[in-house]
Design a protein around this ligand. Structure first.
Ligand code: THU
Length: 150
């Protein structure tokens, strides 16, 4: 199910993806967080010549929210990605879903805020916009309570 907030977030994510540092995979990913007061926090993937050190767009956006002291205020995230096109754009007609690690990192924000996070997954060409809840994408999540915290 699509909605206006999802479209706005995926559009911000697409804009962020233009700044992807992804010279190795040539796959650009953008993410945009929506905070409780309407603030949007973008992120993009940040690869490294030591490939395994690369950071995903979602994790970069969440780290930026944390720097601003806003990790507990994350309401939703929009994600989009696709192959870098020669002209500087991004090609892709498939919806991008967060990787397993990013789902777990999102769970930290969800737990802190005491709310499920809405996850909008879009395609770069704008043809697909799907709305999910983090709890659907990461059921039975491991979290602070399992450590006796919170
Ligand atoms: N990537 C993300 O940024 N987020 C995801 O959820 C999946 C994958 C990035 C990592 C790498 O830079 C590129 O996509 C190809 O795997």
């Amino acid at each position: 199910m699509a909605d206006v907030a999802g479209r706005v977030l995926v559009d911000h994510a697409l804009e962020a993806a233009k700044n992807a540092h992804a010279p190795y995979s040539r796959f650009a990913v953008g993410a945009a967080l929506l905070l409780t007061d309407g603030t949007i926090v973008p992120g993009t993937n940040f690869e490294n010549a030591s490939y395994g050190l690369s950071l995903c767009a979602e994790t970069v956006a969440l780290a930026a929210a944390n720097v601003a002291g806003r990790l507990r205020d994350v309401v939703a995230i929009g994600i989009v990605g696709g192959a870098m096109a020669p002209g500087g754009g991004i090609d892709g007609d498939g919806a991008i879903y967060p990787c397993g690690r990013c789902r777990q990192v999102l769970n930290e924000a969800a737990d802190l805020g005491g709310r499920d996070i809405i996850v909008y997954c879009g395609s770069a060409d704008g043809s697909i916009l799907r709305r999910h809840l983090l709890s659907e994408l990461l059921p039975h999540a491991f979290g602070p309570a399992d450590l006796g915290i919170g």
